[in-house]
Design a binder for this molecule. Structure first.
Ligand code: ADP
Ligand code: ZN
Length: 288
């Protein structure tokens, strides 16, 4: 018997089949275009596992309505991707995949993977941030996602501008939010070329560290997690973490305790697999 994973991202859907030991057996990547075009390909992938598939875990780009009392529970809501706006995403999956479905946001799924199989394995709380096309954060405490009315949208927290950053905030909703100043496209806006082309010596990384440190500072004061995992394409700049740690320690100025900064701030133990493993684990959790 097998488990399914769907990471519904802004640029691609990654669908995977895994076993109960969280080993990925097959994986496909499907471009995210419109629901009419993308979803039939997703269903086709799972079709061949119809007899063995027990449950599916989904991590979706958001915001998605996770309020069980809401009439639009399971809908993708105010996404800038117009074709997906106000789309009954989970409803559509349930109509086609004849198994129990467990779902959350993409970044919560990655947090779930790291919590059970990565840096959170022996802990009771963890926060996961991705710095990629957007910035998103997911928090887990004692095995449960933190949230109320909805899942948190920590990636859009307001940050203080770096004195040398005069670039436009690229978030269409906010001025000076973290995503709009520190995600990959924001770095491109500052530099005039893609973030992955920037040299490690580029002063932009000091600006990036300044924002990431504020994010970690705020998160520490509000949630006091035992570990914060920093993932996403931008964090593949291996020199960046050291700068972030320095800026964070400066900001915190010894105010609250945390493990040593090297234990406290980590890159994903599961690498790019955090969300896939999180989705498989969420699927498995439904079977208990
Ligand atoms: P997504 O957020 O779409 O899932 P990624 O986490 O790979 O995907 O993020 C993509 C963003 O990260 C792009 O803006 C890209 O420029 C940036 N990025 C990817 N790789 C690197 C890198 N090595 N260094 C800096 N930025 C990178
Ligand atoms: Zn924003």
């Amino acid at each position: 018997m097998v488990l399914g994973s769907i990471e519904a991202g802004g640029t691609k859907f990654v669908c995977a089949i895994g076993n109960h030991d969280m080993e990925v057996l097959e994986r496909v990547s499907i471009p995210t275009t419109t629901p009419e075009e993308t979803l039939p390909k997703v269903f086709e992938f799972f079709k061949k596992y119809e007899q063995e598939l027990e449950a599916v875990g989904v991590g979706a780009f958001g915001p998605i309505d996770s309020n069980k009392k809401s009439a639009t529970f399971g809908y993708i809501t105010s996404t800038p991707k117009l074709a997906w706006q106000n789309f009954d995403f989970i409803g559509e999956l349930k109509r086609h995949l004849n198994v129990p479905i467990n779902w959350t946001t993409d970044v919560n799924a990655a947090a779930y993977g790291e919590y059970y199989f990565g840096h959170g394995k022996d802990l009771e709380s963890l926060v996961y941030y991705t710095f990629g096309t957007g910035v998103g954060g997911g928090a887990i405490q004692r095995g449960e996602f933190v949230g109320g009315m909805n899942f948190p949208e920590m990636g859009h927290m307001i940050v203080k501008r770096h004195p040398e950053d005069n670039a436009k905030c690229v978030c269409p909703f906010h001025s000076d939010c973290l995503e709009g100043l520190a995600a990959g496209p924001a770095l491109q806006e500052k530099a005039g070329r893609p973030a992955f082309e920037l040299e490690p010596t580029d002063p932009i990384w000091d600006i990036e560290a300044y924002y990431a440190a504020q994010c970690i500072y705020n998160t520490t004061l509000i949630l006091a997690p035992e570990v914060i995992v920093l993932g996403g394409g931008v964090m593949q700049q291996t020199h960046l973490l050291k700068k972030v740690k320095q800026e964070f320690e400066k900001l915190m100025n010894g105010y609250v305790g945390y493990p040593s900064v090297d234990e406290y701030l980590q890159t994903p133990a599961l690498g790019n697999n955090a969300a896939t493993i999180g989705c498989l684990a969420m699927a498995k959790a439904l079977l208990k």
